[in-house]
Design a protein around this ligand. Structure first.
Ligand SMILES: NC(=O)c1ccc[n+]([C@@H]2O[C@H](COP(=O)([O-])OP(=O)(O)OC[C@H]3O[C@@H](n4cnc5c(N)ncnc54)[C@H](OP(=O)(O)O)[C@@H]3O)[C@@H](O)[C@H]2O)c1
Length: 262
């Protein structure tokens, strides 16, 4: 399987903010944009460690990247993130809202208030506030593109992932609402809804052979997705190739949510 991202020449030189870029899907997406010639503003809660390593990888390949410590659930942090993008590269063209959390596995009604708050603070308010912080910089440049990382858990109920699923359903409505509200500003807002992707985040769903086998049975393509499987879709939605697409939710799940019968 080739992992080289498709080419979107208009992304060269664009300033792209990726949250949750220290590992997993955010890292793969950041490396994909860098390979397309974009300049990267990378965010996660800690700058040292993974985030700095991803920035270093991009720089060692001749690309441009800055690593910014930013808790996306905190308004002051995301405002500082946007300010850093302005300082480093003069503005923002693309925002990939990717950082999310899931502090509660189990029945929806068993979640504690703090778990609800944490989930919505990062997964929903965090996405909205990061868009709000980057929007003036996109407007200064005549427009931009937002790609929100949602989940198939926001489309169909997943046992044990109820609170997270409700937050991802909110991301989908956030995407559709802002697509409508920001269209006149020439800012497109789209989402991807990945199925099971092999990262630390989803480890509880594939870590043992039994769990992996159970997961594979639910995926018609018979494999668990890799972060690189999402890169082409994110670059496409951010690029001029998708210039007439806004408010779309692209499902990328190996057929998991097709609902087919065997
Ligand atoms: N893996 C899957 O099966 C799957 C499926 C569908 C959707 N998704 C979605 O894909 C996105 C990325 O998930 P992943 O699987 O790549 O997870 P991951 O490997 O655990 O990476 C999560 C990233 O988010 C950062 N992060 C977490 N909380 C943050 C916060 N409050 N502020 C800033 N950064 C934060 C982490 O860095 P720090 O710890 O340094 O902050 C890390 O860079 C999420 O939106 C997730 O919901 C994943």
């Amino acid at each position: 399987m080739s992992t080289s991202p498709p080419s979107f020449p208009d992304l060269a030189g664009k300033v792209v903010v990726v949250t949750g870029a220290s590992r997993g899907i955010g890292e793969a997406v950041a490396l994909g944009f860098a390979a397309a010639g974009a300049r990267l503003v990378l965010a996660s809660r800690k700058a040292e460690g993974g985030l700095t390593a991803v920035a270093g990888k991009i720089q060692s390949q001749g690309g441009e990247a800055v690593a910014v410590a930013c808790h996306t659930g905190r308004m002051a942090d995301v405002e500082a993130l946007a300010a850093r993008a302005k300082e480093a590269f003069g503005g923002v063209d693309v925002l990939v809202n990717n950082a999310a959390t899931n502090p509660h596995y189990g029945p929806l009604l068993a979640a504690a208030e703090g778990q609800w708050d944490k989930t919505f603070e990062v997964n929903v308010k965090g996405y909205a506030h990061t868009i709000r912080a980057c929007l003036p910089l996109m407007k200064e440049r005549g427009g931009g593109a937002v790609v929100n990382v949602a989940s198939v858990a926001g489309l169909v109920p997943h046992s044990g992932l109820g609170v997270y699923g409700v937050s991802k359903a909110a991301v989908i409505m956030l995407t559709r609402t802002l697509a409508m509200e920001l269209a006149r500003e020439n800012v497109r807002v789209n989402a991807i809804a990945p199925g099971l992707i092999e990262t630390r985040f989803s480890e509880a769903l594939w870590a043992t052979p039994e769990m992996r086998e159970r997961a594979l049975r639910s995926i018609p393509q018979r494999r668990i997705g890799q972060p690189e499987d999402l890169v082409g879709a994110v670059l496409y939605l951010a690029s001029d190739a998708a210039r007439f697409t806004t408010g779309a939710v692209l499902v990328i799940d190996g057929g998991q949510t097709l609902g087919g019968a065997y």
